[in-house]
Design a protein around this ligand. Structure first.
Ligand code: SAH
Length: 216
């Protein structure tokens, strides 16, 4: 039997959930049309892979709703030559999208079993420019710093200071910042020694746990 690529469902998801709500970055939309999101979803929820909702990925963690992924990715304003850092690899879906939009990606995950699965799926898809690191992402990843883009995909009480330190000049950082129950999507831009902050509405993420996140 041929492999079911679920292309039609995926194109519909991008059109009706992401594009229709105002995400207009062509490269982001193309990447979302290309990456088979269902391969990042556990068997028991795979049928719902293209639904307009977050889904469980094991270990009490979730993959975000497609629209939120599209919105956050477009807020990063990535160029093909950029180096990107993600905190919260989870299923690896966000990192796989980033791999199509930037030169290299480092993604950090604190749970080893989740990181191993993410690595596996990306390997199966032939993605070779993503490094998966198992550590506390609130400390960033100094060996490859500075980064042109940093994305935190877990709820942060505030932006971890090491991440601001590892952001390149003219770099963009996107993160959900707030309480454990409700966050605001925030974009920070570094320009010389100036940091600007913009807000993009309410979101709900699983908590960022670690030294500069929430305590367990
Ligand atoms: N971006 C993911 C979804 C992230 S869910 C995707 O595309 O599927 C949030 C993830 O952040 C969870 O897997 C959780 O284990 C991880 N996480 C929480 N705190 C962390 C920390 N301090 N460092 C690294 N990962 C963390």
């Amino acid at each position: 039997m041929p492999v079911d690529l679920r292309t039609e469902e995926r194109l519909r998801m991008v059109r009706d959930q992401v594009e229709a709500r105002g995400v207009d970055d062509r490269r982001v939309l193309d990447a979302m049309r290309e990456i088979p999101r269902h391969l990042f979803i556990p068997d028991e929820y795979r049928d719902a892979a293209y639904h307009d909702r977050p889904l469980p990925i094991g270990g009490g963690q979730t993959i975000s709703q497609p629209y939120i992924v599209g919105l956050m990715t477009s807020l990063l304003e990535l160029k093909q030559s950029d180096k990107v850092l993600e905190i919260g690899a989870g299923s690896g879906y966000q990192a796989a999208l980033l791999s199509k939009l930037a030169r290299t990606v480092v993604t950090i995950e604190r749970l080893p079993e989740i990181a191993a699965k993410a690595k596996d799926v990306m390997q199966r898809l032939g993605i070779t420019n993503v490094k998966v690191v198992v550590e506390d992402g609130t400390l960033g990843y100094a060996p490859d710093a500075p980064y042109d883009g940093i994305i935190i995909t877990a709820a942060s009480p505030d932006i971890p200071p090491p991440l601001i330190g590892q952001l390149a000049d003219k770099g963009r950082l996107v993160a959900p910042v707030g309480t454990r129950d409700l966050q605001q999507l925030v974009r920070i831009r570094k320009q010389g020694d100036r940091i600007s902050r913009e807000m993009f509405g309410g979101v709900v993420f699983v908590p960022l746990l670690g030294r500069h996140g929430w305590q367990e």
